[in-house]
Design a protein around this ligand. Structure first.
Ligand SMILES: Cc1cc2nc3c(=O)[nH]c(=O)nc-3n(C[C@H](O)[C@H](O)[C@H](O)COP(=O)(O)O)c2cc1C
Length: 354
């Protein structure tokens, strides 16, 4: 039974990873509470500077001495042309007008990946996971030399095989139900949109390293289903967003708790990379530009001030309300209670699984 090895490998009492969630959800308090409850807490570091990463990891260590995971996006710093920027800003003009602030050109597009990686390697968390691209064998080897285990994000079997060939210790198989950004290699044709139920067994059959199932898992039924499909564990994001320790805004939490089963859509308009969130006015008004906005992280940086203004004003219509398809099943309970309930739920369904 793969989940027993998985739990042993990461010193867990339940085969569960709380997903790293960039944008403020995965506070040190959330990560530490999950770890203390026996699951693997994950700190989203992709949008943080090296100094913020170091401080965040220290804050987690002040709250727990259990293993945890740190997550980065594999990104190159882009150099968009002035024409690209002018076009992108013209597409956003109405939205900035609606939210009542002026557009500015960001001073930087994203954090420098190699400086972020250095900060994580120096802090030596138990595990690191990567999304958005392959980290490559050399980076994985550096992680291993620092004593850090590596999880790659894959949305197709071929991506999973590439992570395995490069030396990753496990693969997170992200189904299309997942909240937030698609974590695999982006394709122009919009590939990599396979449901968790279909993706996990195909990944399990093709790979020899553990597969962690992500996307649409909200309760013990989802965990049990993924274990039966051959996953060694699950990674759950949306389920943790409404926990009191999660750092997202009250506006976002309220929208999640009111959402129905058909509330989410995948869009590029917020960030330039396909991501699933609650459908709102910004997505609707920008739909005609879906294929025209510049790729991540340029569009993400260009919409940043608009989203921050929306947050300050408590306006859900211009916020990126990332959420997965299972959002209706979200529970606003403390993280430790959620982990305990999830553990009880899946074990009740698979009593002989140990
Ligand atoms: C708000 C939000 C932010 C996310 N940010 C990240 C991230 O920074 N890095 C990452 O690898 N995955 C990120 N994800 C995706 C999760 O790792 C995971 O694949 C997803 O939450 C699983 O689907 P679920 O939301 O249905 O549980 C994010 C998901 C959400 C909902």
């Amino acid at each position: 039974m793969k989940h027993l090895d998985f739990c042993r490998q990461w010193q867990l009492s339940t085969p569960l990873i709380q997903a790293p969630m960039a944008g403020g959800a995965t506070t040190p308090e959330l990560v530490a509470a999950v770890c203390e409850a026996g699951a693997l807490g994950a700190f989203a570091a992709a949008m943080l500077s090296p100094a913020q990463i170091t401080a965040g990891i220290a804050a987690i260590r002040a709250l727990t001495d259990r293993p945890f995971l740190v997550n980065l996006f594999v990104l190159e710093t882009p150099t968009p042309t002035e024409d690209t920027l002018a076009h992108a800003q013209s597409m956003l003009a109405d939205s900035y007008r609606a939210i009542g602030i002026d557009q500015t050109t960001p001073s930087k597009w994203c954090e420098d990946f190699s400086a972020q990686l250095d900060a994580v390697l120096a802090a030596k968390p138990a595990a690191i996971s990567f999304a958005f691209g392959l980290a490559g064998a050399a980076v994985i080897e550096r992680c291993h030399l620092a004593g850090i285990q590596v999880i790659g994000t894959a949305t197709t079997v071929s991506e999973g095989l590439a992570w395995q060939a490069d030396g990753a210790d496990a693969v997170c198989a992200q189904g299309v139900e997942a909240g937030g950004h698609r974590g695999g290699l982006q394709t122009e044709e919009g590939g990599g949109m396979i449901g968790t139920l279909a993706l996990v067994p195909q990944m399990v059959d093709a790979l020899s390293i553990p597969v962690i199932a992500a996307g649409g898992v909200m309760d013990g039924r989802g965990i049990a289903a993924c274990l039966v499909l051959g996953a060694a564990g699950v990674q759950m994001g949306t389920a943790f967003l409404c926990c009191p320790e999660s750092g997202i805004s009250t506006t976002w939490k309220q929208a999640l708790l009111a959402a129905g089963d058909d509330a989410t859509r995948i869009t590029r308009v917020f960030s330039g990379r396909p991501a699933r969130g609650l459908y709102n006015d910004f997505m609707a008004s920008m739909a005609r530009y879906e294929r025209h906005v510049p790729p991540y992280p340029v569009q993400n940086a260009l919409t940043g001030p608009m989203r921050q203004a929306a947050q300050r004003a408590g306006r859900a219509d211009y916020l990126s309300l990332w959420a997965g398809q299972g959002v209706r099943l979200a529970r606003g309970v403390p993280a430790s209670e959620l982990v305990e309930v999830l553990d009880r739920e899946w074990r009740a369904l698979l009593p002989s699984w140990g």
